[in-house]
Design a protein around this ligand. Sequence first.
Ligand SMILES: [Mn+2]
Length: 245
Amino acid sequence: MPATLLFSDIHLSPARPAIQDTLIALLAGPARQAAAVYILGDLFEYWVGDDAAPTEFEPVLEALKALSGSGVPVFFQHGNRDFLIGAGFARRTGVTLLDDPTVIDLHGHRVVLTHGDLLCTADVGYQRYRRVVRNRVLQQLFLALPRHRRRQLAARLRERTQAAVRRKAATAMDVDAAAAQSLLRRSGAQWLIHGHTHRPAIHRLDGTDAGRLRIDLGDWYREGRGLWVDAQDLRPFTLALPAVA
Ligand SMILES: [Mn+2]
């Protein structure tokens, strides 16, 4: 039985083209043997609409299309950077968009998948911002703007977010333990798999059920990171990334 591949937080950007080559090698190589592929958000550093993808992202869109076209189901959950990915992207790539959170059966394990930003409940300012940017009406208004205007607004927002992140305590931007436990309980899941925090780890959650895990996938800044799962095993892996200037 082939294993399932999961990863998140690649943060593809025209400013870091070399990362894209490593991702494409994964999609065109080992991912072809996967039972399924799950991308848990922040595939792109920013996304201002399916009609406004930078041409630099074309090769990765093609690689996703080739992978799904080869018969491997590919799923995508929105991150806080690429939450405007929509039906146009799904048609272009053959990728299925998932709600956040989503509960799946992963080789006999009941697993809840989430990007992870919803679990950072201590960051009240961020959760307020999230409710605004995830509002469907505001999103439609934004998507109706000309592309150059959307890019301008998104760049300004990124600057402000980066400044806010620098001011915040590191703990405020991590997953809240109670929020994670609560999501596991509500989902009736054994494992929680997420990205977003850029803190790769497998946490054994205390409590009565020793099998409960919180699996943080980690990001693609220093190296590429992902996870293979089958009925027997959880196998985190890393990929060397070309040095970023
Ligand atoms: Mn994120």
